[in-house]
Design a protein around this ligand. Structure first.
Ligand code: NAD
Length: 368
């Protein structure tokens, strides 16, 4: 086995760690069901060659907190198939179908798509065991990246937090790192609320225009396969310069740990909305807090995707998805901002406390 067990676990979970192996087709997989007190756990199935139990456990805990914070009737879990996601189509189907059959009896876990898997993979899982979220549209799925579920939630969090930070959204300047599913939809939805996009980056470079970038034209440019820095409506800058760009709201929507103690002092924005997962190190978040830069943590701001999956799982419609995201992310952002002020906590600390309290209250109803 490639997988090693570390010292993991606390009073919340995990409840189950499953190591699955089917040598006939070279399947090795890890499933961690962290906590199901709030309901059956929803969490993605990741496919990558270098997954560890520790990583899957940490991701499963993040799902417990995200689902509880969003007030969903779902616990947290995550699964990992240790394989190359670029394997042949036939091998991928075999891996997904075999994986699904092996978790048939783990009915408290509802798999969804994640890095290296997609809607088609979920269709195979659903076909085998009748249980999956993030399905293709033809099977009743709601394509969350197409409708911009996460970017929409990020925009809602930004709207609430901008008021708290004293930034009039209609006159605000916005910079976004990453122009993929989360970043471009956040730009679009915030543009509709009056914010002006002044800088954006992707993996190949960045572009800025203090008079505003045309979001629709930039989305079209990107869809044609061109990187953002070649867009004619602005001036190309380096990816690293994006951190220090003059703006009010800065949205990381690409990679983890992009704001660190080494670059966070360059930030001019007064508000940072975490579209990506763990985009700032703990120290960077503390330094921002000291400088009065308001941060809305990832599992509050980027919960739109899992809210979409939960609504889809109950047979809800696309408009119900947007309404639910609006309502839940608005309420939660208000609540963590109030708690962080009242209890003198970082917004992330307030959010973790709120989510853990909800899980513990749900656990109290469970038979021991
Ligand atoms: P994506 O692959 O669609 O887009 C990622 C974007 O980031 C691309 O434009 C890419 O070019 C850019 N990028 C990559 N490296 C970069 C770098 N070093 N500097 C600047 N830009 C860079 O991915 P996505 O779905 O938009 O996800 C973005 C982040 O949000 C990830 O951290 C993901 O885990 C998180 N997230 C996504 C969702 C969702 O619903 N898609 C939900 C929750 C969290």
């Amino acid at each position: 086995m490639k997988i090693k067990i570390h010292n993991i676990g606390d009073e919340l979970g995990p409840e189950k760690i499953l190591l699955l192996r089917q040598p006939r087709i070279a399947l090795e997989a890890i499933v961690v069901v962290d906590n199901v007190a709030c309901g059956p756990a929803i969490g993605g199935v990741r496919m990558a060659p270098d997954l560890t139990i520790d990583e899957i456990y940490r991701l499963s805990r993040a799902m417990t907190l995200k689902n509880a914070a969003a007030g969903l009737p779902h616990g947290g879990a995550k699964a990992g198939i240790i394989a190359d996601p670029a394997c042949s189509y036939e091998q991928k189907e075999k891996l997904m179908r075999t994986f699904a059959r092996m978790i048939r009896s783990v009915t408290e876990y509802i798999p969804g798509p994640d890095m290296g898997t997609n809607e088609e993979c979920m269709a195979w899982v659903d076909d085998e065991i009748g249980r999956a979220a993030g399905l293709p549209r033809v099977l009743g799925g709601i394509p969350l990246d197409e409708i911009g579920a996460t970017g929409f939630g990020v925009a809602v969090a930004a709207e609430v937090a901008a008021t708290e930070a004293g930034i009039p959204l209609k006159e605000s300047h916005l910079a976004i790192q990453g122009f993929g599913a989360v970043g471009r939809h956040a730009a679009n939805f915030l543009g509709k609320r009056g914010a002006m996009l002044v800088a954006v980056s992707d993996s190949q470079g960045a572009i800025q225009n203090q008079n505003g970038l045309d979001v629709d034209a930039l989305i079209k440019h990107k869809k044609e396969g061109s990187p953002v820095h070649t867009f004619s409506g602005g001036q190309a800058i380096s990816r690293d310069e994006l951190v220090g760009i003059k703006c009010d709201i800065w949205i990381p929507a690409a990679r983890p740990d992009v704001l660190t103690e080494n670059n966070v002092d360059q930030l001019k924005a007064r508000l940072v909305i975490h579209g990506a997962n763990i985009p700032a190190t703990e120290t960077a978040e503390q330094l921002m807090h000291k400088r009065g830069i308001l941060n809305i943590p990832d599992f509050i701001a980027n919960a739109g995707g899992v809210i979409c999956a939960a609504v889809e799982f109950r047979g809800g419609s696309e408009s119900q998805v947007m309404e639910t995201i609006e309502e839940k992310i608005r309420t939660n952002t208000v609540e963590i901002l109030e708690r962080s002020k009242k209890e003198n906590l970082l917004p992330r600390e307030a959010a973790v406390k709120m989510a853990c309290n909800r899980v513990k209250r749900a656990m109290a109803y469970r038979r021991t």
